[in-house]
Design a binder for this molecule. Structure first.
Ligand code: FMN
Length: 226
């Protein structure tokens, strides 16, 4: 038996607008040398199709994921994919050695199901397992405005130990493109679980830096080839 078992982060993509947040989180996890287990809800296929034009298929997930992330298939060797209806999948059990789970983006429906422990699909079941095993769970919620019922679900999730992280970009990091604002939110998701990244420029304690050097995150400079 290996003394160093694979310990992935589960990334659950639910059907909220904001699929670029998921792509940025997955890319950054892989860049940090982390393993990823991916679960895509049925509704998320609609948002992926709507926002990227990609039909995400169980049987061709690797090719579809490569296209979505803008990476080669061979760069995805440390990604495992589990169909959302597969309740026998590894992450559905607490004995599966996951590090934790990031639901990006999270729908209000997923927040409700996880808060109430509904386990209506593998994404929700894995989130409940993550909570019962006291592992880190982050929900990157994308909805506005919020109903009182959703606010109650978010309070319940917080009380159970989940991090509720609205997809709410900050402008102090100097982001001037949509991708930089997406990367800011993705970076805050990774901050919540302590995974190192170069997705945005951190606050240094000096006012005025956002306006003077826009677009200066390490990730942006690396995309520009600097
Ligand atoms: C194009 C599109 C965009 C959507 N955007 C959101 C959203 O931003 N937030 C949200 O909570 N639900 C959104 N929905 C609705 C959810 O997909 C729907 O509630 C679904 O039942 C969620 O299922 P899931 O949590 O299993 O993914 C959107 C649906 C579509 C088709």
């Amino acid at each position: 038996m290996s003394s160093n078992p694979r310990r992935p982060w589960v990334v659950g993509v639910s059907g909220a607008s904001g699929t670029p947040y998921a792509a940025s989180v997955i890319r950054a996890l892989l860049d940090a040398g982390e393993s990823v287990d991916l679960v895509v809800s049925r509704a998320a296929r609609l948002t992926i199709l709507d926002e990227t034009g990609i039909s995400f298929r169980d049987a061709h997930w690797k090719a579809d994921l490569a296209q979505w992330l803008g990476r080669e298939e061979k760069e995805l060797d440390d990604v495992r994919y589990w169909p959302a209806g597969d309740f026998a999948a590894g992450p559905s059990s607490g004995s599966y050695p996951a590090k934790g789970m990031l639901v990006v983006p999270a729908t209000t429906g997923a927040a409700a199901g996880i808060a109430l422990g509904l386990s209506k699909d593998l994404l929700q079941r894995t989130a409940s397992v993550t909570l019962k095993e006291r592992r880190p769970l982050v929900l990157c919620l994308r909805e506005t405005p919020l109903t009182g019922v959703t606010l109650q679900h978010l309070v319940a999730l917080d009380a159970q130990g989940a991090v509720v992280l609205p997809a709410s970009p900050g402008f102090y990091a100097g982001g001037s493109t949509a991708q930089e604002l997406v990367d800011f939110v993705a970076g805050r998701v990774l901050d919540a679980v302590g995974v190192p990244h170069r997705l945005y420029r951190r606050w240094s304690g000096s006012l005025g830096e956002a306006g003077s050097t826009p677009g200066s995150s390490p990730e942006t400079r690396s995309r520009r080839g600097e």
